[in-house]
Design a protein around this ligand. Structure first.
Ligand SMILES: Nc1ncnc2c1ncn2[C@@H]1O[C@H](COP(=O)(O)OP(=O)(O)OP(=O)(O)O)[C@@H](O)[C@H]1O
Ligand SMILES: [K+]
Ligand SMILES: [Mg+2]
Length: 675
């Protein structure tokens, strides 16, 4: 995000105060039924201030007035919490909208260039964007290479390279080309661009309640209805006992009993959870995805670039049989001349570093064979008919065997030696002759072991899926401490692993960036696409990481867990709270009618009136007191869900019972000075 806003930013707080009042509109309030009940209570008590005997009661006007006022404040506090949670997203949306200015696009008409406003661009149009110009819409580079400043979207100031073909071809409207020129095929219609979606997301314009939220809301509503029935029938019992129970007292009782604390904070918790993900530079397409992240059982990670640094660099040419270092290097270089992968480029760099050279003209007129995850090889078919390949040892072995070649006996041991150090061996061959092995070095990122240890404590299984050979995979898996690994996996194997886990009832998360990851990203319950990745990957995923750091999946899971925990903790606290209010209000209610019932006053509160008001005041105050917790989320340590549940029940359940007893008692000491 280009402008990170702190939660307590002055303007956000001021806007939230204003919003709190605007949200009093009953048409808005009805979306939060619990607080709507409070609003109805407020309207009734307010009416009673003007017509105190409307229900034949004897309650003094000042009491009605105070109850009405506290109820109003309760609603305002809840509205303020929600508005505050929404505030940061709205502020971000505003700054994003500024980068959505109208741009003139250089549209390719087939014969020449025509300047058109970017709003007229449609899917499939071709535009040319040159140095200094803004990219007019989302698209895919179909020709050329350019460095692009994406800071308007990612907040990251370092430019990124975008080029045709491969996994770094997608560009985003509103970003700027800072060198060279590219031809781009537009992939989105107006109003449906990434920036549009991003604005709608951070603004919360299309925020929908998640299934979890809906379920919890239903439970809370049922509780509310039950208490409503209880409270409405109370006067009849009262009549039977010859006790008159006043309407404002009943309303106070109802408001204290219904779960207003969680009702008032529920949407703020959800919004703040989404916001934490956004602040982390991950765009979640729905709150549902964030919550699913919190319930994940299995994470599928790839090795290269996620667990390891991923800039696999050629570090040694190892000849086999009677071959020489020079010949391995030469053919390795020829096979890499047009291999734009980091691996391919590193081969040429190693040549230079070792002072070796090769005949570039050999490749003239040859046909380059791009690296494919399916074949796990790359190379060139020379004009003279010779075929040069480099690739995974087993793949090259099979390729050579198919041509009747003999495999040198030291190939396997030499390849294995590289693999045992966690490196990737690439075999180099020309037709049926194997020359040797390229040692691609890659290092496990620091701190990986600790992270996977954390995951294990949370009860999450980690599976590393790699296209690499089993020995390298095993070495890296051991070094990083993942639970399981799958080697020599093709893209379709990822989706098979996900399906298998899901069939066992597990929720699965994965990251990816390539078009071939798209099906697996869609299949996973939580799919995180890299912003640098292809359009297909980003569309299939339900989250996009703007920093393109695949290992962030681990933090996203933590944020999701924290969201679920925060909601659980505050629900427990809220319901436990209501029990204490019950002890404050019920005795007070009967004492109002029958002073001899003083024995019921277990909390020794000053007077029936002050007891009721104190409970009501506590009920209102607890909402703003819990706003920081709702926003920041409860402190989270990685441990198993059952352990967490027990711990939270203890803290928030017990705390929820004890805190209001103390709170109401203290408030009563003050209130009783007047009442
Ligand atoms: N440029 C290349 N040319 C030839 N072979 C390559 C090249 N890059 C990788 N390989 C071989 O193909 C294998 C599969 O590569 P791929 O990128 O699909 O998976 P990976 O990067 O090893 O694993 P991961 O799924 O963890 O990223 C590699 O292990 C390597 O042996
Ligand atoms: K309540
Ligand atoms: Mg890879």
């Amino acid at each position: 995000m280009s402008q990170r806003k702190s939660m307590m930013d002055g303007t956000i707080v001021r806007n939230a105060v204003k919003e709190a009042f605007l949200k009093l509109d009953p048409r808005v309030m009805i979306r939060n039924p619990i607080m709507f009940v409070v609003e109805v209570g407020f309207i009734i008590t307010l009416y009673l201030c003007f017509d105190p005997h409307a229900f034949g009661g004897e309650v003094p006007v000042w009491f009605n007035l105070i109850v009405a006022l506290i109820l109003l404040i309760t609603i305002l506090f809840a509205n303020f919490a929600e508005a505050l949670a929404e505030g940061r997203g709205k502020a971000q949306a505003d700054s994003l909208k500024k980068s959505k200015t109208d741009i003139t696009a250089n549209k390719w008409t087939g014969t020449g260039i025509k300047q058109v406003p970017s709003t007229e661009l449609r899917k499939g149009d071709i535009v040319i964007v040159s140095q200094g110009e803004m990219i007019p819409g989302d698209g895919e580079v179909i020709e050329g290479l350019a460095s692009v400043d994406e800071s308007a979207i990612t907040g990251e100031s370092a430019p990124v390279i975008k080029e045709a073909g491969g996994d770094f071809s997608s560009v985003t409207g509103g970003t700027r080309v800072i060198s060279d020129s590219i031809r781009v095929r537009i992939t989105s219609d107006p109003g449906e661009s990434f920036l549009d979606k991003m604005i709608a997301l951070v603004e919360g314009a299309k925020r929908q309640k998640t299934p979890n939220e809906i379920a919890l809301n239903t439970v809370l509503m049922s509780l509310t209805i039950i208490f409503l029935i209880v409270v409405v029938t109370l006067p009849f019992f009262g009549n039977y006992l010859n006790v008159e129970i006043e309407v404002p007292v009943l309303i106070a009782l109802l408001v204290c009993l219904i779960p207003t604390t969680i009702g008032g904070l529920l949407s703020a918790i959800g919004i703040a959870g989404m916001d934490r993900v956004t602040q982390f530079n991950v765009l979640a397409m729905s709150g549902k995805a964030v919550e699913a992240a919190g319930d994940i059982n299995t994470i599928i990670l790839d090795k290269t670039g996620t667990i390891t640094y991923g800039n696999r660099m050629a570090s040694e040419f190892i000849p086999v049989g009677k071959e020489t270092v020079g010949s391995v290097a030469e053919w390795a270089a020829v096979s890499s001349m047009k291999d734009e992968t980091p691996e391919g480029r590193s081969v040429l760099e190693l040549m230079k570093k070792q002072g070796l050279s090769y005949e570039e003209s050999i490749a003239e007129g040859g046909e380059f064979i791009e690296f494919k995850a399916e074949t796990r090889m790359s190379g060139i078919d020379l004009k003279d008919g010779r075929k040069v390949r480099k690739g995974a040892v087993d793949a090259v072995k099979r390729w050579v065997e198919a041509q009747g070649g003999v495999i040198p006996s030291d190939l396997s041991p030499k390849g294995d030696a590289v693999a045992k150090q966690g490196g990737t061996p690439l075999a180099v061959a020309v037709d049926n002759r194997i020359y040797g092995v390229i040692y691609l070095k890659d290092t496990v990122k620091p701190g990986m072991k600790e992270r996977f240890e954390q995951m294990r404590r949370m009860g999450i299984k980690t599976i590393m899926c790699t296209g690499d050979n089993p020995l390298t995979a095993a070495t890296i898996a051991f070094e990083a401490g993942v639970d399981d690994f799958i080697a020599e996996s093709k893209p379709e194997d990822k989706i098979a692993v996900i399906r298998k886990e899901q069939a066992e009832g597990k929720l699965v998360a994965m990251t990816g960036d390539g078009t071939n990851d798209a099906p697996a990203l869609a299949q996973a319950d939580v799919g995180i696409a890299m912003n640098s990745g292809t359009v297909a990957a980003k569309e299939a995923a339900n989250m996009v990481d703007l920093d393109s750091d695949p290992s962030k999946i681990i933090e996203v899971v933590s944020i999701g867990k924290q969201l679920l925990m925060t909601r659980g903790a505050l629900t427990t606290f809220s319901i436990a709270n209501d029990i204490a209010k019950y002890f404050a209000i019920i005795p007070a209610m009967f004492m109002l009618a029958i002073p001899q019932m003083d024995a019921l006053n277990v909390m020794r509160l000053g007077s029936p009136m002050s007891a009721i008001l104190s409970a009501l005041i506590f009920n209102a105050l607890i909402i703003p007191l819990l706003i920081p917790l709702a926003m920041k989320g409860v402190a989270y340590k990685p441990m198993s869900s059952s352990h967490l549940l027990r711990q939270n029940l203890l803290i928030y359940g017990l705390g929820g019972v004890v805190v209001p007893f103390i709170g109401i008692k203290l408030i009563d000491l003050l209130v009783h000075l007047w009442v």
